[in-house]
Design a binder for this molecule. Structure first.
Ligand code: A3P
Length: 306
């Protein structure tokens, strides 16, 4: 466990140091902290009309959304990794409009079916039509200690998020939900409360790290696909951390000019337990009290090391 506990933002990796870009401040939308661009589209987001054949990937930030999206899309292609291409048009974040691009909602409205749409908001703030239309939702959950660390680093190198302050300051804000997209606890509790609905499916980041093939098989069943053992083997190889870090840069749309980071920075460490390099003993004790207290009665149980 870290004895220092106060990483300085500018010293993290090769990411752009905080201060090199103008960093936006989050704002409130119906009690949820969001980025100013999201607020500008807030009414359109709330009234967004999901189609029954839409699939949503619902994650709190830094829980493995890009990883699980690729998993899902390759499964939809029956495991044909060669056919898989990251398509900028397909990067359909309901809440995030890329500057100089069409507003997100408009862009998604114009996409042909079937669409894959990403959302970060908790269930209290998602468009009603998603649940009313019984859309498929794949929720990806990750333990809150590693999410906090990953989110902190992401703040340091993304110019779409505010200055995180020191690690201690960021962690404090994370624990009370004073970060963009609000409380991790509210997010996971909300989605987990819907777990008995047949259209809602859960992936856990740690389980994917432990046995991606097994989790891919579960997801394939949910999506009504049946992959050959060979296809499954290729898929697992393609989506390993090292393979994604090495191979994806060229395939990923040029997000760097807008967001300030490269795909290699984004695919940062990919570990279960990196929190041990950041949390002090005292910070860990606070978190170890908070987690069971917040998750009491939910049956949710997270894995913190493999
Ligand atoms: P770290 O910052 O801990 O490395 P999201 O896509 O929701 O923003 O999540 C990003 C996190 O998922 C990052 O975590 C990233 O490294 C990790 N990730 C992405 N692809 C991965 C893979 N193939 N294996 C393991 N982790 C992966």
């Amino acid at each position: 466990m870290s004895s220092q506990g106060d990483h300085k933002p500018g010293s993290v990796g090769k990411g752009a140091a905080v201060g090199e870009h103008e960093k936006p401040e989050p704002v409130m939308a119906d009690g949820l902290l969001v980025m100013p661009g999201t607020l500008r589209q807030w009414e359109e987001i709330k009234s967004f009309q999901a189609r029954p054949d839409d699939t949503f990937i619902a994650t709190y930030p830094k829980s493995g959304m890009v990883w699980s999206t690729q998993l899902m899309e390759i499964i939809q292609l029956q495991g044909d990794v060669q056919a898989y291409k990251v398509n900028k048009q397909k990067l359909s974040f309901l809440e995030i409009s890329i500057p100089d691009d069409e507003p997100a909602v408009e862009k998604i409205n114009n996409l042909p079916s079937p669409r894959v749409i990403y959302i970060h908001a908790p269930i209290s703030h998602i468009p009603k039509s998603i649940l009313e239309n019984k859309c498929k939702v794949i929720c990806v959950l990750r333990n809150p200690k590693d999410v906090a660390v990953s989110y902190y680093h992401f703040h340091t190198f993304s110019n779409m998020l505010p200055n995180p302050g020191t690690w201690s300051e960021f962690l404090q804000n994370f624990m009370i939900g004073k970060v963009t997209y609000g409380s991790w606890f509210d997010h996971v509790k909300g989605w987990w409360s819907l777990r008995k609905q047949p259209n809602i499916f859960f992936l856990f980041y740690e389980a994917m790290k432990k046995d991606l093939g097994y989790e891919a098989g579960r997801l394939a069943s949910f999506l009504g696909r049946d992959l050959s053992p060979e296809a499954m083997k290729n898929l697992v190889e393609q989506l390993s951390f090292n393979s994604m870090k090495t191979n994806m840069d060229g395939k990923f749309p040029n997000i760097g000019s807008v967001t300030g980071f490269t795909f290699k920075q984004f695919i940062r460490k990919g570990q279960v337990g990196d929190w041990k390099n950041h949390f002090t003993v005292a910070q860990n004790e606070v978190m170890d009290q908070l987690i069971p207290d917040q998750l009491k009665g939910t049956s949710l149980d997270f894995c913190y090391e493999l």
